[in-house]
Design a protein around this ligand. Sequence first.
Ligand code: PLP
Length: 370
Amino acid sequence: MDFSRIARPCILRREAYYPGKPLEEVRRIAGDNPLTVLSANENGLGTSPRALDAMIRALQGGANRYPDSTAGALRRRLASDWGLTPDHFLVDNGLDGVITVLGMTFLNPGDEVVHGALTFPIYEGIAGRMDGVSVPVPMTEGYGFDVDGMLAALTPRTKMVFLCNPNNPTGTAVGRRDFLRLLEGVPEEVLLVSDEAYMEFADDPEFPDTVPLVARHPNLVVLRTFSKILGLAGLRIGYAAAHPDLVALALRVREPYASNALALAGALAALDDREFLERSKRTVAAERRRMGDLLASRGVRFVPSQSNFLLVLPDREADGVAEALMARGVLVRSLSHQGEPRGLRITLGTPQENDRAFGALLEILGRKEG
Ligand SMILES: Cc1ncc(COP(=O)(O)O)c(C=O)c1O
């Protein structure tokens, strides 16, 4: 049986998500070197201890019952934190899940999805999975978003605009003025999806405060996740803040038990863990400065970041550098598959991890000595 004959044609044009080499293979390549995983922008400090406690308690309570399909406690908590009502929040299986639900709710074949040319690949992915059309807009010279270019890319077929702020993988951020310009410029019937997976790491005072804006802008959808600063990537939980009518439509598509019981318990408790959040923020800010200064002092180009990773631009092919790093046990992300063959995204981990990774990088580039 040739299943491709009965599959949706748009699926045949796609490839499965490639998460990088399996860790087993990386371990073999790295030999005796300890593994330093800085390839997925996870929190190097671990998981919020309060979340861990809550998840252990939830597990001890039994895994035989289905979780709360409505994610009621978490949505009520988010509502009280943000001064909105619980029906403004859509909780799902990570932001990947939220983006799938948005796509399934709103994208028809041929609908256009505007996004930056060097950004989170899942935006292009949701367009492709729904038989829509991905419209990448070139980045500025400084690897930021070209807000005018994005506005100019809008057509009567545009259904969604994705802004990743701060952007993965460049670390650049759009400030309040440009954000509002984009929001005002996008027609009412086009969704502006602001993916703020890394917003807690941004310390630019001009970084926009967008969740309160959903009360006044029905076409704005703000995405937040527990995967990054709160260290729950393995549990898969994230949410959208949006107009209640939009959320109500999305709930017709969402899997009834999209967020599992451990993730719901962990997320709720993590919101109380200010200590872990602040410590993560401080560590990333200090390491971002320290590693940036190190690279600058050795003449290695990088993009100033508002996030928990650096886009490093060595003067050679990133694939080769990433392989040489892997042989030393350091895992980073080469951007050759994202049209940036000389771009290397390195997550900022603990100071020890960063010393190892950036030390190895400088050695490979022949820039160890200042
Ligand atoms: C910009 C951005 N959005 C969303 C996600 C996915 O987040 P989640 O783990 O909540 O699915 C990531 C993960 O790397 C990301 O970089």
